[in-house]
Each structure stands twice: as C-alpha cells, then as structure tokens.
Unconditional design. Structure first.
Length: 567
C-alpha cells in the first residue's frame, strides 16, 4: 500500500503558452543564441525554498526541457553573514524532489570571485567605478528621491590610480567593515534610483562557507548576477518582477564591460499566495522565534514543509502549471493550492479508517469474544487498482463523537436512538440505548446489528441513508494526529502592522486517535485518505511513535467560514 513513490518524471506541460515561452520559441525559431536555450535557477543559500520558488523552478527547468536545453542550478552565495551549507543541501534536495535535475550544471557565484574582482578592477580602470567612504546608510540618505536627484559622494572624483590603490587595500583587508564600498559611477540624477551610483562591493570580514578566509570583500547582487549569467552563457535570464528596475544596472554592467555573452533579463509575476508570507526574512523570523517547529514545519509554505505535510511533487507542479506565468502581480487563493493537492491525492492514495474523536459503541447482540475480518476496498473509485485489506470487527467499536446525536435534527442521517446506519464495509446497526457520565455526557452507545447485512449491504427495499466509519476497539492502534490548518488567519498577513499577530491560533491541534490495524505498519512519508476525514501522511521525521499529519481536508471548510464572516 506504499504511496511514497516520487520518482515519476514531470508531467508534460499543457498546450497553453505563456509570454516567456513565446519569447523563447521566437528566439529558437530565429536561431538567436544559435538556437540554444540555457536558463538558470539562482537561489541565495540563506533559507529554505518555498512554494514561490517552486514556480520559478518549474518555469526555468521546464523551458529548458521543452527546448532540449539546459538549466543551471547556481547558488548566489555572496553574503557570508547569512549563508549556510544546510541551506545549500536543502535547496538541492528540494529541486530534485520536485522532479528536476541540473546534471553537471551546478555552479556557485563564489567560484567566480577572482573573475568578478578582475571585472571590478576593469571598471575602475575605465573610470566607471570608485571607492566611496560613505556608509550604506549615508549613501541612502544622499540618493535623493523620485522627484529630486541624488547628491554626489565627496569621493566620486577620485583618480583612477587612487581608486585602484584603495580597492586593492580593501581586498587585502586593511579597512574596517562599513568604512568603504566600491560604487559604480553612473548618474546621480538618473530617474531609476538604482542607477544612482549603486554599490558593487562591500567589506565583510566573515568567513565564507565555501571560500573560508580567502576574501574579505564581497560583490553585490546586481554586479554578480549579470556577470554570472554572462560567464555561464545563459540565454534567457528569467526573474520575478521586483527585479525589473535592476535590469538597468544589469545591462549597464554588461555594456560597460563589453562582455562577450549578453544575456537578456525577463521578468514575470512572482507567486503571491493568500494566508501566507513568502519573505525568507519573515520565514526565518518564524523559525528563530519558535513560532513554528523549524523550516520543515508542515504549516510553513516551504517545499520541505509541504513535503513533510504529505504534499506530492506532482501536486506542486500541477499547481504551478495551473496558475500560469503572467506579467502583472496578483494574489492566488490558497484554496487553489489545496484543490491541486486534494485532486492529486484523491487519485493516488488508498482509503483507510481512523476515528479522531472516539465514542464507544457496544453491539449487544454480537457474540462476546468473537470477531471476524471483513473485506475493505483500498481504492473504491478506481477498479483497475482497487485491491483490498482485512479490517477486524468485534463487539466493541469506536465511532466519531460527531456521528452520534441523542436528539438529532430532522436531516441527521447518522446514529441516533432508534435510528439505523451502515457501518462502512461491515453491518447495519441500530441504536437501542445510551450510557452517560455524571455530567450528562454520552460515553457509550449500545446497538444491535443485523447479521444478514454483512459487508454493509441492505436488503432490497430497506433504505439506510447514513454510512459511518469505525474501528474495532480490540484491534485499534493509538496514533498521534496533527491537524494542521492555515498558518495565518487573514488573507494578507503582509499587510498587517505586525504579521506575527495574524498567526492562526488554531493552526495546529494535536489529538490521540484510534486508527485501523493496517496503519500500524505505515511507512514514514506514506499517504492515506482517512475516510470522511481528509488526507494524512505518516510523519517522516518522528519515528519513535505513530504520528500522522493532516495534509488537507476533504473539502474547503474555509470557504464556508469566510462566507459566514468567521475569519
């Protein structure tokens, strides 16, 4: 019954073509770049990847695959104060888990440090870069506004010789952190404020996770990014819309250095998902402040969290395909991701029975001490792979508390005094009387069963409207169930003054449930549908006890809550 096979190749994209694929198709048709297509996915190793990165991964690797091209995985590792090997390893694992492979095309921007330094020296020699003594904060203050030009640094007119000397001394570690930067010499009145002499290098006296103490100056993103693309002969540099203004710096660097390879940057709308934050800074804050249980907490939008929750790579790829690639930012409702997850799991996971909030049922006319194994279908809606398992039945059972009401409303079709229901795969039973505790709570329901209805089959002409699930008390297995829900209770937590105050206090409920015997041997990461409850996954990290994480409910309960005004 294993459902943990993630070795399938990515599904073939649909026929719909987004604007970036249209651009690539035209370039291939016109033999631009010699007909080659080389893309790249360039994450910073300063956190775990999230669902927004998955969209970019699917786009970049997908376009390369569709055009018999290559997609590079490149770590943009230029800030040693935030980077870690843990993040590098998690990123590689996540990309492969999603179904993509970079082959031999694994790169690190840090490997280009010597060449990037030489490029910077070349800019200085051309009179296009200078060493500035202003702090980054002072630099920002002098940058001006959208309506007013910036003020030139007092160091802007240093001679080439002086700048070469100072930059070499920066490289040799002679200056303190924050005391000097290398800046591009562009235009302090440029309408694009990013072009107002942006910093290219800063001093960081922090060992690099790969380079150790070789360097104490590190290149900035805008300088590194475009030159790394050029060095790798990237044909289509695809990034999200927040980098649209950075394209001017990107092009200026390549134009000024007259690089041989001249990739072009294309921007698309990033994924904005409701009830979620996508900022790695905010996600890191949640982790460090203990508001979640690590980067792979199943409530997190990280790929690691989604995987641990039980989401499949196929569901994520399908979701990314369905939301498409657009030029304008928009908000995608989390319901759409949940639908993709639910639709995917519905087709691939077996059905089992689990009682989350048990209520004891005694079948008085069932022989004491007797028991039997009943046949239960694993995939009721999929005859080709239907299969079956044995579920034990006995005199004492557990059903859901919510499946019994002492004084039910008119259209309550589950168990009630004098009312008959079908036990899934078992028998028809009728409630005869109940037992309450001193507080008046029902703690035991007594029933009679019809032995002629084995398998839950009602005789002709006998209508039974309700079917409920159950487990045998004698054979039930205790399991810890983690009922995960949305991490944030508002659609746009980023819009809140303090996003942490929007955390959903009910995002996790932990209960002890009674599950059927077959789940005793569930493997870590194995997925199931608990009938009438939702989709669940055996936790992949906790192996000393049986823990199941709720992946997604059977239906969208939040839509009803929003409509009624309870969220």
């Amino acid at each position: 019954m294993s459902t943990n096979d993630n070795t399938e190749t990515p599904d073939k994209p649909t026929e719909s073509v987004d604007f970036i694929r249209s651009i690539v198709a035209k370039d291939v048709a016109s033999n631009k770049h010699g007909g080659h297509v080389v893309t790249r996915f360039p994450p910073e190793p300063n956190g775990y990847l999230h669902i927004g990165h998955a969209k970019s991964i699917c786009l970049n690797f997908g376009i390369a695959a569709e055009n018999n091209g290559k997609c590079h995985l490149r770590f943009d590792d230029t800030d040693p104060t935030k980077e870690d090997v843990e993040y590098v390893e998690s990123i590689q694992h996540d990309v492969k888990w999603l179904g993509f492979d970079w082959g031999d095309n694994l790169f690190h921007a840090s490997d280009y440090f010597p060449r990037l330094y030489d490029f910077a020296v070349e800019l200085v020699k051309k009179g296009k870069a200078y060493v500035c003594d202003l702090s980054l904060e002072h630099m920002r203050m002098m940058r001006g506004t959208v309506k007013e030009p910036g003020q030139a640094s007092p160091n802007r007119d240093r001679s080439v010789a002086e700048n070469l000397d100072l930059f070499a001394r920066m490289r040799n570690g002679e200056f303190d952190e924050g005391s000097k930067t290398l800046r591009a010499k562009i235009d302090m009145a440029h309408p694009n404020m990013l072009m107002r002499d942006p910093p290219l290098y800063r001093i960081r006296k922090t060992p690099h996770y790969r380079q150790g103490d070789k360097w104490c100056i590190y290149p900035m993103y805008d300088f590194t990014h475009c030159l790394s693309d050029s060095l790798e002969d990237i044909t289509h540099s695809i990034c999200t819309l927040e980098f649209e203004n950075n394209r001017a710096v990107y092009d200026w660097v390549l134009d000024t250095l007259e690089t041989k390879a001249r990739p072009h940057q294309y921007e698309f709308a990033r994924l904005n998902l409701s009830h979620t934050v996508m900022s790695k800074r905010k996600l890191l804050q949640l982790v460090r402040e203990g508001l979640v249980d690590g980067w792979d907490d199943p409530r997190m939008p990280t790929i690691a969290g989604l995987r641990r929750r039980g989401v499949t790579p196929e569901a994520i790829r399908t979701f990314c395909e369905q939301i498409g690639v657009a030029k304008a930012n928009s908000m995608v409702d989390l319901v759409q991701l949940e639908f993709s997850i639910r639709d995917d799991l519905n087709r691939r996971v077996p059905r089992v029975m689990a009682v989350l909030r048990p209520l004891k049922v005694v079948i008085d006319n069932y022989p004491a001490g007797d028991g039997e194994d009943l046949e239960a279908t694993n995939y009721p809606d999929d005859p080709p792979k239907m299969g079956s398992r044995k579920v034990p039945f006995s005199k004492i059972l557990y059903i859901e508390e919510s499946d019994f009401m002492e004084d039910p409303p008119k259209k309550f079709f589950r168990l009630a005094p004098g009312q008959e229901v079908r036990l899934r795969w078992a028998y028809l039973i009728t409630c005869t009387h109940i037992v309450k505790d001193d507080s008046g709570k029902v703690i035991e329901v007594h029933c009679s069963y019809d032995p002629e209805t084995r398998g839950g089959n009602a005789p002709e002409g006998r209508k039974v409207k309700g079917t409920i699930h159950w487990v045998s008390a004698q054979h039930a297995v205790d399991a810890e169930i983690r009922l995960y829900d949305r991490l944030f209770s508002v659609a746009k937590p980023d819009a809140e003054e303090d996003f942490k105050k929007a955390i959903n206090p009910d995002s996790l409920e932990t209960i002890t449930a009674k599950v059927e015997r077959s789940l005793r041997d569930a493997k870590p990461g194995e997925r199931f549908q608990f009938e009438r409850q939702g989709y669940f996954c055996r936790d992949s990290e906790i192996t000393d006890r049986l823990v199941f994480n709720r992946t997604v409910a059977l239906r969208d309960s939040w839509a009803k809550m929003v409509k009624s005004g309870t969220t």
